[in-house]
Ligand binder design. Structure first.
Ligand code: GLN
Length: 269
């Protein structure tokens, strides 16, 4: 079987579970064959049995509902590669909106210190550290996420301290705090897409109205952000105004993601 024939076959098998079967098929073949994704069709060479067995194994996992990212064990975000696993939310393109807004503020305002809470894989903290050089700390309540984020710091050659904490910790104050907290409301948690069900509920469930974590962050933020600093958070669809209302009297902004959804709220301190 040639790479082209294999992709066609994988695609057909994935159609029942994926809207992007062709793309996923190419990614799976490239991963199993150790080929560059953009170059899989350059060779007409017959694939060896080991590659086909690896493909079959990956397709079976995917058909059982596992997200492609967990099967690959790695995913790219902000142009960097991150180790991913079921302990943490998979880095999503939506969250690049959060990073870009934070980068804008870091550059315009010469911010020097960052804390990223609910860090998960560490993708936000690590991207911002690598792309701006800002002094970076991160926290997560889950010990498994702390381990994963530390692995990702090493993998990317970033400089960031990651600690286990329930949001803020200690008495330090920062120029900028970023967060992609769990924000899915109880009702939506009951009908998540199959792949999202494989991600940790701890990273998704935001309580009855989805805003539990924002309330806790709003209560403590001023004690941990320097005057002139900012808090930049990802929010769920339709939550931006309610999140902004948690910070009365402060300057707030909303930023839309690439789909035109209000995705990021930033608050000046
Ligand atoms: N964007 C994720 C989803 O809709 C949720 C992420 C989060 O709760 N922070 O699946």
């Amino acid at each position: 079987m040639t790479p082209r024939e294999a992709v066609k076959q994988i695609k057909t098998r994935l159609l029942p579970v994926s809207d992007e079967a062709e793309t996923e098929a190419r990614i799976i073949l490239a991963h199993a064959a150790g080929l560059d994704r953009a170059r899989i069709f350059l060779s007409e060479k017959t694939l060896d049995a080991g590659t086909l067995a690896a493909v079959d194994e990956m397709v079976k996992r995917r058909l059982s509902g596992e997200p492609l990212q967990y099967i690959l064990g790695e995913w790219s975000f902000m142009g960097l590669d991150f180790i991913v696993g079921p302990a943490a939310l998979i880095p999503r393109q939506d969250t690049e909106t959060l990073c870009n807004e934070a980068l804008r503020l870091i550059k315009e305002r010469w911010y020097k210190t960052l804390l990223d809470i609910c860090t998960g894989t560490g993708c936000v903290a690590i991207s911002l550290n690598k792309l701006s050089g800002i002094s970076t700390e991160a926290s997560d309540i889950s010990p498994a996420c702390v381990r994963l984020a530390r692995e990702n710091v090493l993998k990317n050659g970033a400089e960031a301290t990651v600690r286990e904490a329930d949001l803020f910790f200690g008495a330090s104050r920062y120029d900028i705090v970023t967060a992609n907290p769990p924000y899915i409301n109880d009702e939506d948690m009951t009908h998540l897409p199959e792949e999202v069900k494989r991600e940790p509920a701890l990273a998704l469930a935001g309580g009855r109205d989805g805003l539990d974590l924002y309330r806790r962050i709003a209560a403590d933020a001023a004690a941990h952000i320097l005057p002139g600093g900012a808090l930049v958070m990802e929010v769920g669809m339709g939550e931006a105004d309610a999140v902004r209302a948690l910070f009365p009297g402060r300057e707030t902004r909303t930023v839309k993601d690439l789909n035109g959804i209000e995705r990021v709220v930033s608050i000046d301190f």
